[in-house]
Design a protein around this ligand. Structure first.
Ligand code: ZN
Length: 241
């Protein structure tokens, strides 16, 4: 940490110079950001729609799993709608390799979750796994990077080996909800059948849309260890229309 800080101080004139030549752009609105601003400009930091779901044990996120899955608590940092700044931000993270932003947002949201009684005592953070082929292609799993940020402030370890993805998901867009659910359940595999017994685990993803992926992960865990307590946290949640 200190070493990084010193290095950044030394590099600052060079950074300023580069910034002049190639202005860094806000990942949410695409406007140039000042050196001191991180990945998101101050305007967007104030305006990006935060859900505040973490403040209540029962919220619109948990409601989507009611009667389908026992969820202890669930929260998302931002609301996600098409063509929104949140969508732009997530696209930049995924397709322009802005993984540091995912990490920093994880740290930021971890601080908020830490203060909530219903997010205490978590044993593991488990990012939704990405198929190995896709991971090699992209070079990173954004859910894992977001989980690493959460881990730093929550002080809970990330486990990337206990849950794996065994085949690439076919494109989900033309499928019905039931088909999507079936598809998601097929692909997740638990490598250790006892590790998560009686544990509180927080499954982490980038965007929650239909919930089929999170449900698929949770069900493949609960099928082996029904006493595991399930929590969900995502970077964003799609607004239901
Ligand atoms: Zn902005």
């Amino acid at each position: 940490m200190t070493k990084n800080f010193v290095l950044r101080k030394l590099m600052r004139p060079w950074d300023d110079f580069l910034n002049l030549l190639f202005p860094r752009l806000c990942l949410a609105c695409n406007e140039p950001v000042a050196f001191d601003e991180a990945h998101i400009c101050l305007d967007c930091q104030a305006l990006l729609p935060e859900t505040d779901f973490h403040l209540s044990k029962i919220n619109d996120f948990t409601a989507r799993f009611e009667g389908r899955l026992p969820v202890e608590a669930a929260a998302a940092l931002f609301f996600f709608t098409k063509k929104s700044k949140t969508q732009h931000l997530i696209h930049q993270i995924k397709y322009q390799d802005k993984r540091e932003a995912a990490f920093d947002l994880g740290r930021y949201y971890g601080q908020k979750l830490l203060q909530q009684p219903h997010f205490q005592g978590i044993d593991y953070l488990i990012p939704v796994p990405m198929h190995i082929k896709k991971r090699i292609q992209r070079g990173f799993n954004q859910a894992e990077i977001f989980a690493n940020g959460l881990s730093e402030t929550l002080n809970v370890p990330v486990n990337t080996s206990v849950l794996t993805k065994i085949k690439a998901t076919e494109t989900q867009t033309k499928k019905t909800r039931l088909e999507r659910l079936k598809n998601a359940e097929d692909v997740f595999h638990l490598t250790d059948k006892t590790l998560l017994r009686d544990k509180k685990i927080l499954i982490v993803d980038d965007v929650m849309t239909s919930g089929a992926t999170l449900e698929g992960c949770a069900n493949s865990i609960l099928a082996e260890t029904p006493t595991t307590k399930i929590y969900f946290v995502t970077l964003a949640i799609a607004k239901t229309t």
